[in-house]
Design a protein around this ligand. Structure first.
Ligand SMILES: [Zn+2]
Length: 247
């Protein structure tokens, strides 16, 4: 992947809900995208991996939808996940984890589960991916991921001290910002997300995971003022946004 120009697609909540509730990114030999739905936009030919952030329904609900891919495009897809999230999938998607229960002839996703250790980087097709452990509510862990100088944290309510060093020298930060006014128990709101941007100091930040209360035009104007006064390059992401990156 070194030196190869790749493209990052960042989508917001609405597209995520309509198209399959995946909250992860896919690594391909030609492109990196946040959700599998990008296949329609960047014409991926193979999915090298799906990397799971956590096991809430909106983060793993799309596992079933991969069946059309494994039935028609490639025989199987590696799914990188923390053990705790695989334990959840053994209940929610037991037929994908233990394929012996599948009725012969039934069409389900063909997945190969691979375990992520949150303190260890892993490699997918020469791309090193470093887990970024964060809190997503009290006592609930979610993983962000760093690849090259891109850091992706989609579901976060607090960042543990030990994760900050992994965020150093970040060129592009993609960061959770659910509400415009305040944080919730499980997600950063915009004020807290901005506080974190000031602390992490990435070159550029795209916010993601916004709910309907986030008025795109109004908030974008506010962020522009922050860009002018503080020099923070912060922006709301939107459906179809593509960001070329080099890894
Ligand atoms: Zn969640």
């Amino acid at each position: 992947m070194k030196g190869l120009k790749v493209e990052l697609s960042v989508y917001d909540w609405l597209l995520l809900i309509i198209l399959s509730h995946f909250d992860c990114f896919i690594v391909d030999s030609l492109a990196i995208s946040i959700i599998p739905n990008c296949v329609f936009l960047v014409r991926l030919r193979t999915l090298d991996a799906v990397v799971i952030t956590h096991s809430h329904a909106d983060a793993i609900g799309g596992l079933d939808d991969l069946r059309d891919w494994t039935n028609n495009v490639q025989p199987h897809i590696p799914i990188y996940t923390a053990m705790r999230d695989l334990e959840v999938m053994k209940k929610t998607h037991y037929y994908l984890v233990d394929t012996s229960v599948i009725i012969p002839g039934a069409a389900v996703s063909e997945l190969e589960f691979k375990i992520i250790h949150e303190d260890q980087p892993f490699v997918v097709n020469d791309l090193k991916i470093t887990p970024l452990p964060v809190w997503h509510g009290s006592n609930y862990r979610s993983l962000g991921f760093r690849f090259g100088n891109v850091c992706y944290i989609s579901d976060v309510s607090d960042i543990p001290e030990e994760t900050y060093p992994l965020l150093k020298d970040c060129d592009l930060l993609i960061m959770d910002a659910l509400r415009p006014d305040r944080s919730s128990a499980t997600h950063f709101g915009l004020p807290r997300a901005l506080e974190e941007v000031r602390k992490i100091k990435p070159k550029r930040t795209l916010f993601t995971g916004m709910m309907h209360l986030m008025d795109h035009e109004k908030v974008s104007e506010e962020l522009e003022k922050i860009r002018d006064t503080e020099g923070l390059d912060v922006q709301l992401s939107y459906d179809g946004l593509r960001v070329p990156i080099s890894i």
